[in-house]
Design a protein. Structure first.
Length: 386
C-alpha cells in the first residue's frame, strides 16, 4: 500500500489529506473444459468425486419446469447417492422467467435452505437456465462456483459457452448481468432426443449464425446436413457442437469481456432480440434470431457487404431448416423499430448492427469496430420487404 500526503490551501485554511493506493493487480485463470458427448451424467459424477468443485459438499441444482424431472432430478439423485448434499430449485420454463424476480426467488429459496458461500450451483437446462443460474452464482455470496449441464441444442450452440449471464427487463434484454465463467460445461447430445422438433429447429439459428460469421465450410456442411441434425444423428450433432464451440472459443478467447470482437456474436441479434420481445415471446429465441439474420443479410446486400447469391443462400438455409424468414403479421413495425434502441450495441443513441462479409466473415468498420451505425430509414426499408 502506498501512502501519499498533501496539504491544500482552501480559502485561507490548510487542509491535510491522505490517500492510499490499493494495489490489486492479479492474474486470473478462468479456463475450463467443455465436454461434448452422450449420457454424460456418469462423467459428471466422476468429475465431482475427482474434485471439480474442490471440497464443496453442497450443490444447488437449478433448472426449469421442463427439465426438472428429465435430467435435473437424476443428477441430484446421483449427488445424494454419492454422499453430497443438494436441493432442486425449479422455476417456470420460458424466456419470460429470465427476469430479476425469478433470480430473487431462487436466491431466497437457497437462503432459506441455508446455502452459503460453501456451495456450488449446477445449471441444468437451456439458455434461460444457464443465464439465470450463472448470474445468480456470480452474485450469490459475492460469487460461488457453478457448472453448466446443457440439455438443448440452442444452449449448446450459444448460452453454455463464454460466461455471459444476464436477465431481461421491460426496457432492455441482457443488459443486467455479468460475465462469469463456469467450472466446466457438459454438452449432452443424448438430451436432444427429448426435445420437441421446434426446439431442435430453434437451436439451428445460432449454429447457422456461427457459420455465417466465421466458417464458410461449416455453412456448406449445414446446407447438406440439415435433415441429419433435425433427426438427431449422433455423429452430425457432435460435429456441429464441436464447430460451435470452436467458433465461440476463437472469439471469446480474444475478447472475453466484449470490448470489441465479441460483439460479432450478436450477428442477427439487433432485430432478432427486438422482435423476440415485441412478440411477447411468442417467437422462440432462435426463430427471432432467424428473422434478424434475414434483416441483416438483406440490408448487408444493399450495402454491398455480400452478393445477392450469398444473401439468398443464407435465407434458403434458414427456410430449409424450418426457421421463419418473414416478420409475423401481428408484429407492430413501429414498436419494433423503437425497441431496437434498447439493444446493448447502441452507442450515443445510435442503432448499430453487425454485418457478415460474404459467408464466413464479418465486416470491420475501423480498428476493432465491428458494428455499423444504422439509420431508422435503412431498417424500415428492409423491414417493409419482410
Amino acid at each position: 500500500m502506498v501512502h501519499n500526503m498533501e496539504c491544500v490551501n482552501v480559502i485561507g485554511m490548510e487542509v491535510t489529506m491522505k490517500s492510499f493506493r490499493v494495489e490489486l493487480r492479479k492474474v486470473v485463470d478462468d479456463s475450463y473444459d467443455v465436454q461434448i458427448g452422450r449420457n454424460l451424467i456418469p462423467q459428471f459424477m466422476e468429475d465431482i468425486k475427482g474434485g471439480l468443485a474442490g471440497t464443496i459438499k453442497k450443490f444447488a441444482v437449478i433448472t426449469d419446469s421442463h427439465v426438472a424431472d428429465l435430467y435435473a432430478q437424476p443428477i441430484l439423485d446421483e449427488l445424494r447417492k454419492a454422499g453430497y448434499q443438494g436441493d432442486l430449485f425449479v422455476f417456470p420454463a420460458g424466456e419470460k422467467s429470465k427476469i430479476r424476480k425469478t433470480k430473487e426467488m431462487l436466491e431466497d429459496a437457497m437462503l432459506a435452505k441455508s446455502y452459503r458461500r460453501d456451495c456450488c450451483v449446477i445449471a441444468v437446462g437451456g439458455g434461460v437456465v444457464s443465464d439465470l443460474a450463472g448470474f445468480l452464482a456470480g452474485t450469490y455470496g459475492r460469487g460461488v462456483p457453478f457448472i453448466n449441464y446443457a440439455t438443448t441444442h440452442l444452449s449448446a450452440a450459444d448460452a453454455s459457452i463464454g460466461g455471459k449471464t444476464a436477465v431481461d427487463t421491460e426496457l432492455a434484454t441482457n443488459l443486467i448481468g455479468l460475465i462469469y465463467q463456469p467450472l466446466k460445461v457438459y454438452v449432452d447430445i443424448e438430451t436432444w432426443k427429448t426435445l420437441p422438433k421446434e426446439h431442435m429447429i430453434n437451436g439451428m439459428a445460432e449454429t447457422i449464425k456461427h457459420a455465417c460469421l466465421a466458417d464458410e465450410g461449416f455453412f456448406y456442411y449445414l446446407e447438406n446436413h440439415v435433415e441429419d441434425v433435425l433427426a438427431c444423428d449422433a455423429e452430425v450433432c457432435e460435429y456441429i457442437s464441436e464447430k460451435n464451440c470452436a467458433v465461440k472459443y476463437e472469439v471469446v478467447m480474444k475478447d472475453e469481456k466484449e470490448k470489441s470482437l465479441r460483439e460479432i456474436l450478436n450477428l442477427g441479434h439487433t432485430v432478432g432480440r427486438a422482435i423476440e420481445t415485441v412478440s411477447d415471446y411468442q417467437l422462440l429465441h432462435g426463430e427471432a434470431v432467424s428473422i434478424g439474420m434475414v434483416a441483416q443479410v438483406r440490408l448487408g446486400c444493399k450495402l454491398g457487404f455480400l452478393t445477392e447469391e450469398q444473401r439468398n443462400r443464407v435465407i434458403h438455409l434458414l427456410e430449409k431448416t424450418g426457421l421463419p424468414v418473414a416478420i409475423p403479421a401481428y408484429i407492430d413495425r413501429e414498436a419494433l423499430v423503437k425497441k431496437l434502441y434498447t439493444d446493448k450495441k447502441v452507442r450515443d443513441g445510435k442503432i448499430r448492427m453487425v454485418f457478415q462479409k460474404g459467408i464466413g466473415q464479418v465486416m470491420s468498420f475501423g480498428d476493432e469496430i465491428y458494428a455499423r451505425p444504422t439509420t431508422e430509414e435503412e431498417i424500415r426499408d428492409v423491414l417493409s420487404e419482410m
